[in-house]
Design a protein around this ligand. Sequence first.
Ligand SMILES: [Zn+2]
Length: 304
Amino acid sequence: MKIKILLLAVFIVSVSCKQEETDWIDRTKHEGLTNIALSDNFETYATEAEPKNLANTINNLELAKAYFDKVFDEDLNFAVLFIDNQNWDTYAFAPPPGMPQSYFEGNIVLGLNKSIIASGFEQALSQMPPQATQELKTHFGEPIDLDKFFRDGLALHELAHLYQFYRTGKNWERRWLNELFGNLCQVAASKNFEDQSTFNQMDSYQNLVIRNNQWGELKYKTLEEFEINYFDVMKTGRNYGWYQTKFYTMSKALYSKYGDSFVAKFRNFLIKLKNPEKLDDTALNELMTKEFGQEVMSIIKWDY
Ligand SMILES: [Zn+2]
C-alpha cells in the first residue's frame, strides 16, 4: 500500500513538473474567445464559434509544427488566436487587422475572415495591369485572395518566432536577427511541404512586390534604424514590407545553399546569444563570422 502511494506521489510530481515546462502559454490572452478546437496538435481560439475557411491555415500549421519539432528537437505546445477585424486591437499588439504577429509566451495572432491588410493589398493588385498579376493568378487562383499569404503563409513565420521565444524569452539579441530567422523558417517549412502551393504563393507575391519596386520614399533603411524604430517601421506597413522582402531574399539564398541543418544552427546561435545586455555591432559581427563563416556573412550583408 505504502509503495503504491509513493508511486502515485512520484507520478503526480513528474506530471506536474512536465506541465510547468510545456505550459508556457499566456492564457490571459484567451479571455472572451471561443475554444474552437480545430487541431489535436495545438490550441485554437477565435472571436466566433464556428469560423469558416481555416482548414488550409490549420493544415499548414500542423505540417510546420511537425517540421519545426523535427529540426529543433521540440514538441512545442502553442495557441493560435483567430481574430476578426472588429476585435483586432483587443487581442493583437499592432494594427492593421490581419497582420500576423506572435507574443513571447506561446500565442500567435492571425486574421479571421477577409482581413483589412489583405483587402488593402488586393486593392493595390487590382490597379495593376493584368499581365503584372498573371503569375500570381496561377498560384492563388482568381480572384486573388491575399489572406492565403497573410494568414495561411505567414502563419509559418509567426510559429517560427515561438520556437525561438520558447528558448530565449524576451532576451533576444536583435530584432533583425529575429526577422531573418522568421523568414528563413517560413521558406524552409514551406519548401518541405509535399504540396508546394504555399511556397509558390508566398514566393510569387514577394517577387511581385520586389519587382514592382513601388516603395516610394522610405523613412528608414538601415538595420540600426530597424532596431531603434521598430514599432514605427511596423506601423508604416510599406517600410516594414521593404525590410521583410530583404530578409526574405537572404533567407531563400541561405536555405537553398545550406538547407535544414542551417535552420537548426541559426536557432542554436540565437539561443546561445540570449543576453539581457545586448552586444555592440562589432562584437556581434565577430561572433557571427566565427559561427557561420564569410560566405554566410556575404549573403546577409546589409548594403542598401
Ligand atoms: Zn516576424
